[in-house]
Design a protein around this ligand. Structure first.
Ligand SMILES: [Ca+2]
Ligand SMILES: [Ca+2]
Ligand SMILES: [Ca+2]
Ligand SMILES: [Ca+2]
Length: 544
């Protein structure tokens, strides 16, 4: 048993201990993550009669790293009868507390399903004398869950964003929408939602608005009062063609943010592509070139072309009907006006055969008996190929027989165009025909008065023969003159065309002479000329 002095001394020590514990409490509270706002009353009790409830010296709440679960702890002491084992408890009004571990000075529990926001915790400890010590603590569950972007609908006119925050207690701080980095001015769009007055978007499953203030739906994604809200952000500037990047950032007031992206197709930026089927190399027929347009996006609108730098024509078919090297320049435009870079095609047409250069018909005198070598040249020039070879049925220097021979020639250019032509080589027989006079003897029947009238007129007819001996044929034989003596004169018109005399042939010729009275005899002298086949004229008698 303690005497009064000892009681006072003990009480003093207890008071000092209590003060020290309280000091520790405040120091501890200052470093705890929980915000301890108040403690329960404590009082001292006399040893042996324990009227002092246990003293909860500290409370602490700490996050365990995942949403909604916290670890709650408390330390305590008891003066007197000591703490009643397993009678300690921690409770949180709006959470499930479980898994408590206890010893004589400490309790540690888990609290799950914690909503973000401020919470109170209550610690109760009982001593073996039945005294309860209590202490309240407060702690804050922070919003660690980022908002969720449910959809981004983007067009060239506007961007509409729908989102919700699964842990919404902190509230949405901002919704920022940019297109290619340019921030849009957005309007919160309840009208785009379901029109509920609660300002939240509800999908077709969100049908059960329970009295707990949360929505519960049939699709398992209880949005719990924070269903998707919508923002509509008009795009007030014209979008160029091509792809545009939409970036959406939704941030709650706890600083959690989430981003989403979308693209806007600004339309057709690509010009068309046009191809041609112009044939390569030279062609020897007319050519029709087809221009084929393909376009990515808005589609081909039209194709235009120029032929050899001429007028611009709209169309896809180019007909070329003239020889030469032609250039087609062309391009297409699509439905939104993208113009293709001009392309070109070359078409080469050659339908013209080479130009033959052949000798005219010519005659060559036989020099080798009945034949002659004919010398000639034949050439051909083509507009494309230049000089091209000529093929003839006979070559220069060949021996040609007497008479006329047609030489056929042709030349073909590299494009298959052929020119043909011919000339005639004539080999003529040359040399002096052996023409002679055969005159009858005087008094023969080949010199006579034709009739009485001729006799009375003194017109005597002389008939003689012109004979071509064993020489070349004679052509254009004619009597070119005939004279007589003793006053006799020829009255037949001279020259006398006799005609041709083949080798060995003869022809008779008559010449009338006027013979004066009393002329008993006279001598006649005639001259003849003849050509050989080659046209050389020979005279009989020979002219010296
Ligand atoms: Ca006690
Ligand atoms: Ca949140
Ligand atoms: Ca296009
Ligand atoms: Ca040609």
């Amino acid at each position: 048993m303690l005497n009064r002095e000892q009681h006072i001394k003990w009480l003093s020590r207890l008071a000092a201990l209590s003060a020290a514990v309280l000091l520790g409490l405040f120091l501890f509270a200052g470093t705890a993550s929980a915000d301890v706002l108040s403690t329960s009353d404590t009082s001292l009790a006399l040893l042996g009669y324990d009227s002092s409830p246990p003293l909860v010296t500290s409370v602490e709440a700490s996050e365990t790293g995942y949403e909604g679960t916290h670890t709650l702890e408390a330390d305590f002491v008891d003066v007197g009868s000591d703490v009643e084992p397993d009678a300690e408890s921690i409770s949180v009004p709006d959470a499930l507390v479980w898994g408590c571990q206890r010893d004589n000075r400490h309790i540690k529990c888990s609290a799950s399903n914690m909503k973000s926001g401020d919470h109170s915790m209550h610690v109760s400890v009982k001593d073996k004398a039945g005294n309860w010590g209590n202490r309240e603590g407060r702690f804050t569950v922070r919003d660690k869950v980022a908002p969720v972007i449910d959809s981004i609908s983007a067009s060239s006119k506007s961007v509409t964003v729908k989102y919700h925050d699964p842990s919404p207690s902190s509230g949405i701080a901002s919704v920022v929408v940019t297109v290619d980095g340019v921030k849009l001015n957005c309007d919160w769009n309840s009208g785009g939602c379901d029109g509920d007055s609660d300002g939240y978007y509800h999908d077709s499953y969100d049908r059960h608005h329970k009295s707990d203030g949360y929505y519960h739906d049939d699709d398992g994604d209880d949005h719990e009062g924070s269903d998707s809200s919508g923002y509509t952000c008009p795009i007030t500037f014209p979008l160029t063609c091509g792809s545009h990047q939409v970036l959406v950032t939704v941030t709650d007031k706890a600083g959690n943010s989430t981003t989403g992206t979308a693209t806007i197709d600004g339309g057709d930026c690509e010009p068309p592509v046009t191809t041609d089927n112009a044939p390569a190399g030279w062609q020897n027929t007319d050519v029709s070139v087809t221009l084929s347009c393909t376009d990515t996006g808005s589609g081909c609108a039209s194709t235009t072309y120029e032929l050899d730098g001429g007028a611009t024509v709209t169309g896809n078919t180019v007909s070329i009907t003239t020889d030469g090297i032609h250039v087609i320049t062309y391009r297409s435009v699509d439905a939104v006006g993208n113009v293709e870079t001009t392309r070109s095609a070359t078409v080469m047409i050659d339908t013209t055969p080479p130009e033959l250069t052949l000798p005219g018909d010519f005659t060559v005198a036989a020099t080798e008996g009945a034949s002659a070598a004919a010398i000639f040249s034949a050439g051909a020039t083509d507009l494309v190929d230049g000089t091209v070879p000529v093929n003839c049925s006979a070559a220069s220097g060949d021996l040609f027989p007497l008479g006329s021979t047609t030489v056929d020639c042709s030349a073909t250019d590299s494009n298959g165009n052929t020119a043909t032509g011919s000339f005639v080589v004539t080999v003529c027989q040359s040399g002096r025909p052996a023409i002679d006079f055969i005159c009858p003897l005087p008094g023969s029947p080949d010199i006579y008065w034709k009739d009485r009238a001729h006799y009375d007129a003194r017109i005597l007819t002389l008939r003689f023969s012109l004979v071509n001996g064993a020489g070349p044929d004679a052509y254009n034989v004619k009597v070119t003159g005939s004279t007589a003596d003793n006053g006799v004169t020829a009255v037949t018109p001279i020259p006398i065309m006799v005609g041709n005399l083949a080798s060995g042939a003869s022809l008779g010729v008559e010449i009338d002479y006027h013979v004066p009275v009393n002329v008993g005899s006279f001598t006649v002298a005639s001259t003849v000329c003849a050509d050989d086949q080659c046209g050389t004229t020979y005279y009989y008698p020979e002219i010296p």
